[in-house]
Design a protein around this ligand. Structure first.
Ligand SMILES: Nc1ncnc2c1ncn2[C@@H]1O[C@H](COP(=O)(O)OP(=O)(O)O)[C@@H](O)[C@H]1O
Ligand SMILES: CC(C)(COP(=O)(O)O)[C@@H](O)C(=O)NCCC(=O)O
Ligand SMILES: [K+]
Length: 277
């Protein structure tokens, strides 16, 4: 039975689904509906406001300023109806108590529907951020092998094949962790900030450290891509995370760099989940 354009089951058979679909239909048939997506990583919180699939604004903030940053966004975009949250950091929906009763909050968790088959041997320990990235890659790039690389606090590599089966990947330290580890676990090495370096042969302590971090990670990423490409064909490689733009220009492989990919994936996964609930 079709009611007002919404694909709705008769309510006497599925009363809960019926009212849920009516609710979503009324919410999302409005032209101006906006969605706020929030990604809580281990270093920073990233957010984006979407109207359909268009990003209106993105911001980055630390967990200490979560409430004021979100209030600022709500002041500017009063049509936000849903907040979609994924968190691997130390904030969960309790950190959003100040929004209670004001908007719908959709927290991504691993029991919800995802558009791929998960073959990770420990699915209950798989990072929610990685699951969102894989979902985004499957929804945005159908019917091809995909490798998603997220260069954040850690660098994560995630491989999902052309049949939408997720196999896993790799986790290694991100740039900041590499600099901090060298400083924290030695007597003599200073704590440096990430720097663009052309040299491969570092001629000082700082140049050697920059070369080790920057070239080390670049070679790692190219090496990882080459190793996986040697086994599979027809690949798209997506690079995202706080260091994506910095790293993209250094890589030899052709990649699709998009530092908002996780925020965009939250938007597309949310649409998928409300249609498959
Ligand atoms: N303003 C910034 N503050 C902190 N890290 C930054 C900043 N700009 C770029 N970065 C880089 O981004 C990385 C963190 O990326 P991000 O994707 O935000 O991590 P996470 O999702 O783990 O919080 C750091 O390794 C750092 O090199
Ligand atoms: C590997 C991560 C720490 C990456 O987090 P990020 O760098 O994005 O902050 C996160 O995805 C996580 O906690 N994963 C759990 C372990 C796993 O994915 O197997
Ligand atoms: K990451």
């Amino acid at each position: 039975m079709l009611i007002a354009g919404a694909n709705i089951e008769p309510f006497f058979i599925y009363p809960k689904q019926f009212f849920k679909k009516i609710y979503y239909y009324l919410c999302f048939s409005k032209k101006s509906r906006m969605i706020l997506t929030i990604d809580v990583g281990n270093t920073r919180i990233k957010s984006a406001v979407f109207e359909q699939n268009t990003v209106l604004e993105t911001s980055v903030f630390l967990k200490e300023t979560l409430e004021e940053s979100i209030e600022k966004i709500f002041k500017k975009f009063s049509n936000i109806e849903v907040l979609v949250l994924s968190s691997v950091g130390k904030i969960d929906e309790k950190g959003l108590d100040f929004l209670f009763g004001r908007i719908k909050i959709h927290v991504i968790d691993r029991d919800q529907p995802f558009p791929f088959q998960n073959n990770y041997a420990t699915p209950n320990t798989l990072g929610i951020d990685r699951m969102v990235l894989v979902a985004g890659a499957v929804l945005q790039f159908p019917a091809q092998n995909r490798l998603i690389i997220d260069a954040g606090t850690c660098v994560t590599y995630d491989y999902v094949d052309q049949n939408d089966v997720y196999h896993g990947g790799a986790i290694s330290p991100g740039t900041r962790l590499r600099y901090e580890a060298m400083h924290n676990y030695t007597a003599k090495l200073p704590l440096l900030e990430l720097e663009d370096i052309e040299k491969v042969v570092g001629n000082s302590t700082s140049n050697s450290m920059h070369s080790g971090v920057v070239n080390g990670l670049t070679f790692e990423i190219d090496g990882y891509i080459n190793a996986i490409k040697a086994e599979k064909e027809n690949f798209i490689i997506i690079l995202t995370g706080g260091d994506a733009n910095f790293l993209a220009k250094r890589l030899k492989n052709t990649i699709f760099a998009n530092s908002n990919f996780l925020l965009e994936s939250l938007n597309s996964l949310y649409q998928y989940q409300i249609n498959n609930d």
